[in-house]
Ligand binder design. Structure first.
Ligand SMILES: [Zn+2]
Length: 253
């Protein structure tokens, strides 16, 4: 069994959604929301498929969607045992910092929401490494959180380890120019890694440039095994355990 801890499965992106979901029969997917439309789809998928779990949240690129009404909806949905986290949330300055304050405001508010629900948080951080770290250090003490699609340095990763963070590792680790992430995988203990595809984005080699799907988690695990010079089975076994404890998944290995 494999667990893809972070993917987006929307009808808007996949004409063959049923097919790629069935490709994961016997495996687990954690589907992440980023805006309200995706959040609704996450809830639907969780209802329809026993091997799909979900996380709900508002991504920093969509801060205007974090209204009181939507926040209350998320809170209500979180009573569903298949909703196992708040995310993806965080900071994204890739397109500029004009709405920096708003981003921080909704990030912190969703951290508080997760605390009140006793759920882990799934962090998105782009071009905002240090600031994300500083906010988490101050506000996420004692919480379970993981850096989805981690893109920071190995140095920063060591600081994050002190906070108990986990690291979502995806297709980038297989890229020829994925050195920085390969270094992180080498430095961070296997017990702190989670596997993810971030489908439909970031297909691993040998499918780079094509649409990604959760089953490709296989290639991410293979690459981690190669970097750490350990058996593939060991990577799957340990990261499964990590995912189960991170998200309190009701699965017995
Ligand atoms: Zn994502």
């Amino acid at each position: 069994m494999m667990i893809d801890t972070h993917c987006h499965l929307s009808k808007d992106d996949y004409s063959n959604l049923e097919e790629i979901i069935h490709h994961m029969d016997g495996n687990i997917m954690i589907v992440s929301g980023a805006d309200m439309k995706m959040n609704y789809e996450v809830v639907e998928l969780c209802q329809k498929y026993s091997n799909i779990y979900g996380t709900l949240g508002i991504h920093p690129e969509n801060p205007e969607e974090y209204t009181l009404e939507n926040k209350n909806w998320i809170k209500e949905q979180a009573k569903n045992p298949k909703i196992i986290g708040i995310g993806e949330i965080g900071l994204d300055y890739h397109y500029g910092k004009e709405n920096r304050e708003k981003q921080i405001e909704i990030f912190l508010d969703q951290i508080e929401l997760a605390k009140s629900l006793n759920l882990p948080i799934i962090i998105h951080s782009r071009d905002a490494d240090q600031e994300t770290f500083d906010l988490l250090k101050e506000h996420a003490k004692g919480m379970k959180f993981h850096l989805h699609c981690y893109s920071g340095s190995a140095e920063l990763a060591k600081e994050y380890l002190k906070l108990g963070a986990k690291f979502g590792i995806g297709g980038v680790v297989t890229f020829k120019n994925g050195r920085r992430l390969q270094e992180v995988v080498k430095e961070v203990p296997l017990t702190s890694l989670l596997l993810e595809t971030d489908s439909p984005y970031l297909s691993p080699e040998p499918f780079r440039g094509h649409q990604n799907e959760p089953y490709n988690i296989l290639y991410v695990a293979k690459k981690i095994a190669e970097i750490k010079e350990i058996p593939f089975e060991k990577v799957i076994e340990q990261t499964n355990q990590n995912s189960i404890s991170q998200f309190d998944l009701p699965i017995h290995l």
